[in-house]
Design a protein. Structure first.
Length: 290
């Protein structure tokens, strides 16, 4: 009896931290979303306005544009991460000399701070002195320098490439863990039946690692949505608004325009959209398990 409440006491610090870090800010943000709360306007602080902020946000062309930009950014990043992650995971799962070194090297981008990674790639994408233009011109792919970060046609490509480089190691690590759960006997049976490498990958490997891919895509997509460091450092959302994703616009409304009412409404809408996205991801993952 004397140890009856011990598990709850041990969990109390964790629950306390979750309440302080997650639930209190979330509830505060929801309260702000129903208020006219602008620090730049002394007359518009903590005034209840109902759903006015939500209606204003949904009628904001810049908000709609940021959602479309986010969709492009997410799709481009997910496709790039999936292709690169599958390739690197397959290589990392093979037995060869130096495999441990290879596995350690593919995790290095994940260990680099997003701001540091963004600044490094910003230097490489620099129009006149960047190494990327230098290499592409040197091998004859381009005839003149590409304005990667100052052109609306190329800025999104630049930030997607950087995000793929930064985030793919997480997906690779999850896929490798899935590959290691596959029994070698399945491949040996396929060899006896005369199956080639592609057939073994398509009919054995890919179906068995799909739940791991879905799980990895949940984490990498959430990181892509929530981490604004790369875009903030490289383009600041520009040129114009061509790389201004939803979370970056939300950050600007909160901390640059100091409009906590509109910012809160945007954040709530964002939580709902992310929740819907996670629902479809998990539903797909459950289908794969079943």
């Amino acid at each position: 009896m004397r140890y009856r409440f011990l598990p709850y006491m041990l969990l109390l610090p964790v629950f306390t931290m979750i309440i302080i870090i997650v639930f209190i800010p979330l509830i505060t943000t929801i309260i702000y979303s129903f208020q006219s709360y602008r620090l730049t306007d002394p007359d518009a602080q903590a005034t209840f306005v109902g759903l006015s902020n939500y209606f204003e946000i949904l009628q904001d062309d810049r908000f709609v544009s940021s959602l479309l930009t986010s969709l492009i950014y997410i799709i481009g990043s997910v496709i790039g991460m999936l292709i690169l992650g599958l390739i690197t995971a397959q290589i990392a799962n093979q037995a060869f000399k130096g495999r441990s070194l290879f596995r350690a090297s593919i995790l290095l981008p994940w260990a680099v701070a997003p701001v540091v990674a963004a600044q490094s790639w910003k230097f490489m994408f620099e129009t006149d002195f960047g190494i990327i233009n230098y290499v592409l011109e040197g091998i004859g792919i381009i005839e003149r320098n590409i304005p990667w970060l100052v052109s609306s046609d190329h800025a999104m490509i630049s930030v997607v490439i950087t995000n793929v480089w930064k985030t793919t190691p997480l997906l690779t690590l999850i896929i490798v863990s899935g590959l290691q759960t596959i029994s070698r006997e399945l491949y040996e049976s396929a060899d006896i039946d005369g199956a080639g490498a592609w057939k073994k990958y398509y009919h054995i490997t890919l179906p068995l690692i799909r739940p791991f891919i879905a799980m990895g895509l949940i984490f990498t997509t959430l990181q892509t949505i929530n981490v604004i460091d790369i875009i903030y450092v490289m383009t600041g959302g520009g040129p114009g608004e061509s790389t201004e994703i939803f979370t970056l616009y939300n950050y600007k409304v909160f901390f640059q325009y100091l409009d906590f009412g509109l910012g809160g409404a945007m954040a709530v809408i964002g939580v709902i959209l992310v929740g819907i996205l996670i629902y479809f991801y998990t539903r797909s993952m459950n289908k794969q398990y079943n």
